[in-house]
Design a protein around this ligand. Structure first.
Ligand code: SF4
Length: 203
């Protein structure tokens, strides 16, 4: 099982395969690896925070520009593990730490304000905006929480902004140009930069 892997100059942490969504563009639909990562599917158990910390000892961190919690799933499904490991990373390197998330952590954990739990632990959070309204968001993500997911994601993003230095929205260019423009308006109104990602079917 692969917990740490290298991608484009960053060290990625695969925390979980769980995810409440089934996005139409998810790379998990097309394979089980990212470049030379080895399989990112966990067969039986997922790694503990201790397992991940131990695995860090096998990597030379001086070759990376950042560390990213990404998953082959939604990393904040395991919010406690992410927080624990992020605290540990702070003790071994000054590299910036980012979380790539769908922003549905409050719904996943059934409690409010989970974004605030990231305070002081990470430098950046990249949140999948995905679509400009609840109905089209649901069509893209197939979230198990239904259309309330869109507002929950926006609230998570707004709260992240109060505790994390760099918050970014992303959309994948599988949606129309008109929808990307509407996403840009939402991002501008919230004061959060938007990055339009090219669809990548497989690494
Ligand atoms: S949120 Fe991420 S991991 Fe989950 S289905 Fe969508 S793209 Fe895949």
């Amino acid at each position: 099982m692969t917990t740490l892997y290298e991608l484009e100059g960053s060290l990625y942490i695969n925390v979980t395969n769980k995810c409440p969504c089934a996005c139409v563009f998810c790379i998990r639909n097309n394979g089980d690896t990212i470049r030379e990562s080895g399989s990112l599917w966990f067969e039986e158990t997922e790694p503990t925070a201790g397992d991940i910390k131990t695995e860090f000892k096998n990597w030379d961190l001086t070759k990376f520009s950042s560390i990213v919690f990404c998953g082959y799933g939604e990393p904040l499904e395991r919010l406690d593990v992410v927080c624990d490991v992020a605290k540990y990373i702070r003790t071994i390197t000054n590299l910036p730490i980012r979380i790539n998330t769908n922003g549905l952590s409050d719904l996943i954990h059934g409690r409010e304000h989970t974004a605030l739990e990231l305070k002081g632990l990470v430098d950046a959070v990249s949140i999948s905006l995905n679509a400009p309204d609840a109905m089209s968001y649901q069509k893209v993500t197939n979230s198990c929480y239904g259309e309330k997911s869109f507002d929950a994601m926006l609230k998570f993003a707004a709260e992240c902004k109060t505790v994390v230095d760099k918050v970014t929205f992303t959309v994948v260019d599988v949606i129309s140009k008109a929808d990307i423009e509407r996403c840009q308006k939402i991002a501008d109104d919230m004061g959060i930069p938007l990055r339009v990602r090219e669809y990548v079917g497989q690494y």
